[in-house]
Design a protein around this ligand. Sequence first.
Ligand code: GAR
Length: 221
Amino acid sequence: MRRKRTAILISGRGSNMRALVQRARSPSYPAEIALVLSNRPDAPGLAFAKENGIATAAVDHKIYAGREEFERSMQLLLELHRIEYICLAGFLRILTPWFVGHWRGRLLNIHPALLPAYRGLDTHARALADGVKIHGCTVHFVVPAMDEGPIIAQAAVPVLDSDTTETLAARVLEQEHIIYPAALERVAGEKLRVEGNRVFCGDDAFPSAPLRVPSAEGDSG
Ligand code: GAR
């Protein structure tokens, strides 16, 4: 199957972008990373992409009068690079219904919580403050409402007594780096069926690996 030309949109360090780039190095992976685009020209993730021979672009949202003008510039670049799928990876701009509608079914996001819990920002601090025992991350198709849309993959992690926001974020991030490449593999490989909010993988092996909850501290088994 032809590899799908995929863009990754970032705003910062880009660790999920690196995980996707690394997985897409395999010739059998159904997506190739054809563009890394940032709304911040100084995003640290851009340097990694350049060093790895990937086309990069910066569209600085601050110089545009409104969201749609900004998105139309991004859209031009995406068309120029013949992009078929987009992965948002720490891209911290809200997208308009126009952009989301154009990319419907081909636009993925990763969120650091088990949606629909903890939409929005500061997910790890809020999870700790609520005293939840399980936290995690979600890859989903993007719809106009923020942090909603059919869920493709989730991974859960335990919340430990010793956790701080930083240690919990690190445990979740490790899982993000596993489920995002796995989710893009299924989407680009056209292995999914979406019915309403439900995404069917047709692949029993898929959820079992990323969804495994690592054993808690002090748990011998
Ligand atoms: C990731 O934890 C991602 O889940 C989160 O931003 C971080 C980006 O890190 N995304 C959101 O909060 C979106 N709502 P990265 O730049 O190292 O991939």
